[in-house]
Design a binder for this molecule. Structure first.
Ligand code: GRF
Length: 276
């Protein structure tokens, strides 16, 4: 009887000891990751108000992201997000897509394509525009975007960033641009936040499409960018309930509040090399 009690006691002691040991190993591993992972250099692209950009600026400042935003680029001049970046002391630049596309529409021959642009290669890789649209439409899209994307790259590449974060950047990126950022095979470097639970409702109006479809649950998704529209590997998702009397405005607000939490969390996972 005494021996039994002693044995049980011993087993419990050993179990606790093992669990403590495991806990210490895990704590040390987390500390190591934080020490080992350097502060990552983050580039950001926006098109508008930049509330996600603000959440990322704040998370870098308070240490929730082990990183630093190096620049903010916009495809639209004078948006509020650019002011937010300047206020935080971040370099900014603008590549005016609308202007470039307008000039291309007026006179396609005026487009000066990048030296390293190969239309056959980019056409074969892209999944953004359906082949049924016809070659002219596809080529116009790819060529005009390549001109804008070359300007983006000229601004971006000198910074040698670890991660490019699309924070409400409302332009699709073609394989021409993606291949010049993702230079290491199988290593994604471009992250996006989408206002719906992908793969449902890709495109520009995720919350609107979710609401109009009559969904009872909405959400947001952080994913890597690939050659399709909102089709890249999913990193994180967050969902919310849509109540019967919710308006579209309420749905958007619920979604955005989750985006401001989810995006910094996913960027921090990247910084800690937990996504490799
Ligand atoms: C967000 O809803 C994001 O999911 C979508 O565009 C919106 C940008 O908002 N891609 P903000 O500029 O970050 O306020």
């Amino acid at each position: 009887m005494v021996l039994d009690i002693l044995c049980q006691h011993n087993e419990k002691f050993l179990k606790n000891k093992n669990e403590n040991k495991k806990r210490v190993i895990m704590e040390n591993e987390n500390k190591r990751r934080i020490i080992v992972s350097k502060k990552i250099k983050i580039g950001t692209l926006i098109s508008g108000g930049g509330t996600n950009l603000q959440a990322i600026i704040d998370s870098c400042a308070n240490g929730e992201i082990n990183g630093q935003i190096i620049f903010t680029g916009s495809d639209v001049p004078r948006v509020k997000g650019l002011e937010r970046a300047k206020k935080a002391g971040i370099d900014t630049f603008v590549v005016d897509y609308r202007q470039i596309i307008k000039s291309a529409k007026e006179d396609m021959s005026s487009l000066i394509l990048p030296d390293d642009f190969n239309i056959e290669e980019i056409r074969a890789k892209q999944h953004l525009i359906c082949k049924d649209k016809g070659l002219d439409k596809i080529d116009f899209f790819l060529k005009s975007r390549a001109v804008a994307e070359r300007k983006l790259l000229d601004n971006i590449l000198p910074y040698e960033i670890d991660l490019l974060v699309l924070a409400g950047f409302m332009r699709t990126l073609t394989p021409y641009f993606i291949d010049r950022i993702n230079t290491v095979p199988d290593r994604h470097k471009i992250m996006n936040i989408h206002p719906a639970l992908l793969p449902a409702f890709p495109g520009t109006d995720g919350y609107g499409d979710t609401f109009r479809y009559g969904c009872k649950v909405g959400g947001c998704t952080v994913h890597y960018i690939d050659y399709g529209e909102d089709t890249g590997p999913i990193i994180g998702q967050r969902a919310f309930q849509i109540e019967d009397n919710d308006t579209l405005e309420i749905v958007k607000q619920k979604g955005l509040e989750l985006e401001w939490q989810l995006y910094p969390e996913c960027i921090q996972k990247f910084a800690l090399q937990l996504l490799l």
